[in-house]
Ligand binder design. Structure first.
Ligand code: HSE
Length: 430
């Protein structure tokens, strides 16, 4: 049997992990799966840095075009990230009859529909296990293990950097800035950490999970997204007192063909499964109509876990090449009945921290505005007294519509007794 030849584009952290794995485990793959994989070429602009791995003379080249145009290469592994030149290289590889493995969530979230069409046109595959959840096999989980289910909900912690930052802020009471620095030092953050912090990296990933779960391409601009930049130590502490932990959650829900997809910091119950996910770990909690609740948990970033996912795709495609079959990944039938709902239409419990004058009657005014907007209060705490000056008042609500919540907060923030912008968190049990 002819060897399946692999070309890797991008020899950074993940690329190094993939090469290490292939060097160590090739014999195992041959023995266990009958797959004769061979590392053919690696392209990277940086030929100088010592990656601590021995590779044969001439295997590392600087020109990625050489890989996508090499007739002897069967699978191209794109690990450079970003939109261009990744997009053009992947298209060229597919046009040249190669299948592609990528970890590039930004590219797939923005251009996935176009790229998968292109792959279909050339009867080739794009596999992307490493794009969500690092080493957690969530793409294969949704596509294969849970294929029998209608997925009702996904609650996911799918950005290691922000989870690490929030965990450190909570445990060590350190500032956002110091926690971010330490996430960068640990190598979790994206090259541009704004993608992590703004929630955009999680948005890219939930686009992919939601598209597979719903059978409809979800567009990135349909995902409501908030980051963790404004998370304040004071709310982490109030949350703790109230039995919650703040997590950056990516959420997908489907009910009666109405789909909700969003990313936002959320207060989750401190006894629930998601609260226990700390540091750079990721977790994806799903509910399917037959499987019920299921939790995937593991390292969502880093050299080895991400390489584990990339190589699993290399093996999948290799087996498909050997058997002469390809399996298009995302269905090509837009599910027209399903509609994305706007953020105003979602329903949630809320946490509010009002900054208001400590004066008789203020609380009843706030309660009045909330009541007028169909928001029912479940508990209230006022910390300390500061007569005539501003104090924080924390309110938890029962479920309400987001649009009603926003109308109420607009009114409250304009009242003359209000001395600061109201802080709002969505609250969930899980
Ligand atoms: N920056 C990403 C994270 C890396 O922190 O999760 C993996 O996609």
């Amino acid at each position: 049997m002819k060897n399946i030849r692999i070309g890797i584009i991008g020899f950074g952290t993940v690329g190094r992990g993939v090469v290490k794995n292939l060097q160590r485990n090739l014999a195992v793959f041959r023995r266990h799966f009958g797959v004769p994989v061979e590392l053919a070429k690696i392209a990277d602009k940086d030929l100088k840095t010592d990656r601590g791995i021995n590779i044969p003379q001439g295997m590392l080249i600087s020109d990625a075009e050489e890989i996508v145009n090499d007739k002897s290469i069967d699978i191209v592994v794109e690990l450079i990230g970003g939109i261009e030149p990744a997009m053009s290289l992947i298209k060229k590889a597919l046009s040249n009859g190669k299948s592609v493995v990528t970890a590039n969530k930004a590219l797939l979230a923005e251009k996935g529909e176009e790229l998968f069409k292109h792959a279909g046109l050339h009867n080739r595959e794009i596999f992307f296990e490493a794009s969500v959840g690092g080493g957690i096999p969530i793409i294969k989980g949704l596509r294969e293990g849970l294929a029998a289910n209608r997925i009702f909900s996904i609650y996911a912690i799918i950005n290691g950097t922000t989870n690490y930052i929030l965990s450190r802020m909570k445990e060590e009471k350190i500032s956002f800035k110091d926690a971010l620095k330490s996430a960068k030092d640990e190598g979790y953050a994206e090259a541009d950490p704004r993608l992590d912090i703004s929630g955009m990296d999680s948005a890219h990933k939930i686009v992919l999970l939601s598209s597979i779960a719903s059978g409809k391409w979800i567009k990135l601009n349909e995902v409501y997204s908030e980051g963790i930049e404004k998370v304040d130590q004071i709310d982490i502490e109030y949350a703790k007192e109230l039995g919650f932990v703040i997590k950056l959650l990516a959420v997908y829900k489907e009910k009666n063909n109405a789909i909700e997809v969003r990313v936002n910091p959320t207060m989750v119950g401190d006894k629930g499964m998601l609260a226990a996910v700390t540091g750079a770990y990721n977790a994806i909690l799903l509910e399917g109509d037959f499987v019920g609740n299921i939790l995937y948990y593991g390292l969502g970033a880093g050299e080895k876990p991400t390489a584990s996912a990339v190589v699993s795709d290399i093996l999948d495609i290799s087996r498909n090449i050997i058997s002469g079959k390809s399996r298009p990944f995302i269905p090509d039938f837009p599910n027209r009945e399903k509609k994305i709902i706007g953020i105003g239409e979602i329903r949630s419990k809320y946490y509010f921290r009002f900054t208001v004058l400590d004066r008789t009657g203020v609380l009843s005014k706030i309660a009045g505005v909330l009541g007028d907007n169909k928001i029912s209060i479940s508990s209230v705490i006022q910390k300390g007294r500061n007569k005539g000056n501003a104090v924080p008042i924390v309110v938890l609500t029962h479920k309400a519509y987001e649009r009603d919540m926003r109308d109420a907060i607009d009114i409250i923030d304009k009242m003359d007794v209000t001395k600061g912008k109201t802080v709002v968190y969505r609250v969930g049990g899980f």
